[in-house]
Design a protein around this ligand. Structure first.
Ligand SMILES: [Zn+2]
Length: 434
């Protein structure tokens, strides 16, 4: 290996000359409607990426997450992992993007799967979340490979299923299969739309549970002969208002979560239901008169790196236990639906300081450090893959995700492709003496 400083100008110029290719690639990806649910066209987009990346010298594997939630012969959960081995030993940089997009929803003025261009932006479902990021990382890798074929280590690009529904048929499956084992991959960049000048270090935790209160059915004209489960749930909600919500609001994290409001613990009451099932809108009958014997809520509790899973669930459970003592006939059941631990990459981790230097160099400003209020696939890379050297970095405006007329700015994609390629030069080329 030669010990000369890499020619970065040539690399940046090459990325600029690949602008039309980047646009066409992004449009092609948007035009494959990988809706999740149900998990459509995963094989089609993997085949498309397979063709493209094989042409650029990558070895590819298509991996189906057999038996994962949602996987079926009609909607198989396909993933692609492409790897380009360098000519010398070194570390592996992995770009992971999810291939799925959420439902279209209403309010579009552009064709959601058309990839139309207007005013320097490409429109479509998934444009920013995150087919634009995927395209930018592919262009970054291809430009790097063309400019520096003699590199050390390896580059991987994965396109994975089901991030929008938890990632169990995608990154979680790959991590279980050892694809993110520390001896195979050393640096992970997830090009989620956090914006080209931000580094996302991780995300808060999440705990989802169902709580049910019980009563006794009776005639609605004689409620004293029964026991109203909805009133018991009302007592639970009262306690949440008086005790739990203020306690959560008073807790603040050192995680740089955006937006600011998410730097405290939060809880959403996702649903509430008690008594008779809701009837179809065309049902014209009147309700029967009954005291409800069951009431259920689902809670969505987002927690901070400073809190623990046991502390979060225990806090809710102790409110319910106190009510058991203080409130006559109070009976409840609590069931965990899902749990995701917080993930936070160290500010001094190698991938963080590398991308920091690249942003500073390419954009002429220091990056902003953020953490995500909700979770993304970093959770699986951290917990199952045991790989702590992982960030989200990519083009696009987070607030546009899942909205109508979602778009990705072409210049933003170019800029972040430059940042990603610049980071590859730091991690995969010998650094000159400066
Ligand atoms: Zn996303």
């Amino acid at each position: 290996m030669t010990q000369t400083t890499p020619n970065l100008d040539a690399l940046m110029t090459r990325i600029e000359t690949m602008r039309d290719d980047l646009i066409a690639l992004t449009q092609d990806l948007i035009r494959i409607p990988t809706l999740n649910p149900p998990g459509d066209c995963y094989r089609d987009i993997c085949d498309y990426l397979d063709t493209r990346l094989t042409r650029h010298g990558f070895d590819t594997q298509l991996v189906r997450a057999h038996g994962a939630p949602g996987d079926s012969d009609k909607y198989p959960r396909w993933n692609i992992v492409a790897r380009k081995e360098g000519r010398h030993a070194g570390e592996c940089v992995h770009f992971n993007s999810h291939i799925d997009v959420v439902e279209v929803g209403h309010g579009w003025t552009f064709d959601p799967f058309g990839g139309e261009i207007s005013d320097g932006k490409i429109y479509g479902r998934g444009a920013c979340d995150m087919k634009g990021g995927l395209a930018a990382s592919i262009i970054a890798a291809e430009a790097f490979l063309q400019e520096f074929p003699d590199f050390a280590g390896a580059i991987e690009i994965s396109g994975t299923a089901d991030e929008e529904s938890g990632g169990y048929g995608g990154v979680a499956h790959l991590a279980e299969q050892g694809f993110f084992a520390p001896e195979r991959v050393q640096h992970v960049i997830i090009p989620e739309p956090l914006h080209k000048d931000r580094i996302c270090l991780g995300h808060r935790g999440g705990w989802w549970a169902e709580i049910e209160t019980f009563g006794e059915i009776a005639h609605g004209s004689m409620p004293f002969l029964g026991d109203c489960a909805v009133r018991h749930m009302g007592a639970v909600l009262d306690k949440f208002e008086s005790d739990l919500f203020p306690a959560m609001a008073a807790r603040h994290t050192d995680m740089p979560v955006v937006p600011e409001g998410a730097r405290s613990s939060t809880m959403n009451i996702n649903s509430i239901h008690g008594g008779q099932p809701e009837q179809d809108p065309d049902y014209t009958g009147l309700p029967a008169h009954c005291v409800p014997d069951s009431c259920r809520i689902v809670i969505d509790r987002r927690y901070l790196a400073e809190e623990t899973h046991a502390g979060v669930s225990g806090e809710v459970e102790s409110i319910l236990r106190d009510l058991e003592k203080s409130r006559e006939n109070f009976r409840f059941a609590m069931r965990e639906i899902n749990h995701v631990a917080p993930s936070m990459t160290d500010r001094n981790a190698p991938v963080v300081s590398t991308v920091d230097r690249s942003i500073t160099e390419i954009l002429g400003k220091s990056p902003e450090y953020v953490a995500s209020p909700g979770t993304y696939d970093q959770k699986h890379i951290d917990r199952i893959g045991k790989l702590k050297n992982c960030i989200a970095y990519g083009p696009g405006i987070l607030e546009l995700a899942h909205k109508p007329d979602e778009y990705i700015g072409i210049d933003d994609m170019i800029d972040s492709a430059k940042v990603m390629a610049h980071s590859l030069t730091q991690l995969l080329l010998p650094q000159g003496d400066d």
